[in-house]
Design a protein around this ligand. Structure first.
Ligand code: NAP
Length: 247
């Protein structure tokens, strides 16, 4: 594999499984030292042990400002620098409008939206001080186009696109690029809970005729982090097999 991330240090939130795990693996294979940060430390340690290449595990709850700060300090203590932040951690609590409880609203906003803000706020000063860095955020096609039964999730993912554009302007001037990906339906534990007929419908509506794999999204993150994307800033990169093409 191309070693275009050689010498870089990356922090991947929610890196113990799914897209985060595939991203940690991809970045490590391309030469990065990866901090795999997740709520579940045991699972993050297992991932780090399997991935190797100098990767290491951290306990992190992105929805807590203290935890976000502590994780950034732990990476700096261990690796001395952070070149890339992948704001991947995310959750769903789906329900139609009338059935969305306060708890479901707050939980999704706390992780997906506030978590992305807290992690970026904690990492940015360090990148700005060094005059370089890349931040990539997890949005979703639904953040662009909406989705039935996902008020909280869609609000969070649309918010991530908005924050990406703000930070691309604010931090771009300081040498830090900020972009996001908008995956379509990717086969992970998150989508495994969706009804089979919904997933079959998604496949049918996707021109490439399949769900995405975590590795498809990981490859997009790796590109956006790499110096090959050195003039790409504030963008939303669709990774959806053409699902929303023309809609
Ligand atoms: P996943 O399989 O559910 O994995 C999410 C990971 O994030 C889990 O390891 C989870 O830990 C961790 N996490 C959750 N809350 C956290 C918190 N507060 N602090 C730290 N880690 C936390 O999800 P995925 O499908 O890989 O999705 C990854 C990202 O891509 C999410 O932001 C998601 O919204 C986005 N996305 C996914 C799809 C898709 O189709 N799968 C499509 C578009 C966008 P626990 O095991 O403890 O919960």
């Amino acid at each position: 594999m191309n070693r275009r991330l050689e010498g870089k240090v990356a922090l991947v939130t929610g890196g113990a499984r799914g897209i985060g795990r595939a991203t940690a693996e991809r970045l490590a294979r391309e030469g990065a030292k990866v901090a795999i940060a997740d709520r579940d430390l045991a699972k993050a340690e297992e991932a780090a042990a399997q991935i190797g290449e100098g990767s290491f595990a951290l306990s992190l709850d992105v929805s807590s400002a203290e935890s976000a700060k502590a994780a950034v300090e732990a990476v700096l203590g261990r690796a001395d620098r952070i070149d890339a932040l992948v704001n991947n951690a995310g959750i769903v609590r789906d329900a139609t409008l009338g059935k969305t409880t306060d708890e479901a609203w707050e939980a999704v906003i706390a992780v997906n939206l506030t978590g992305t803000f807290l992690m970026t706020r904690a990492v940015a000063p360090h990148m700005v001080a060094r005059g370089s860095g890349a931040i990539v955020n997890a949005s979703s096609v639904v953040g662009l186009y909406g989705n039935f039964g996902q008020s909280n999730y869609v609000a969070s993912k649309a918010g991530v696109i908005g924050m990406t554009r703000v930070w691309a302007r604010e931090l771009g001037r300081k040498g830090v690029r900020v972009n996001c990906v908008a995956p379509g339906f990717i086969a992970t534990e998150m989508t495994a809970t969706m009804p089979a007929e919904v997933l079959a419908g998604m496949k049918q509506r996707t021109p490439l005729g399949r769900l995405g794999a975590p590795a498809d999204v990981a490859a997009a993150y790796a590109f956006l982090i790499s110096d090959e994307a050195s003039f790409v800033n504030g963008q939303v990169l669709g990774v959806d097999g053409g699902l929303v093409l023309g809609t």
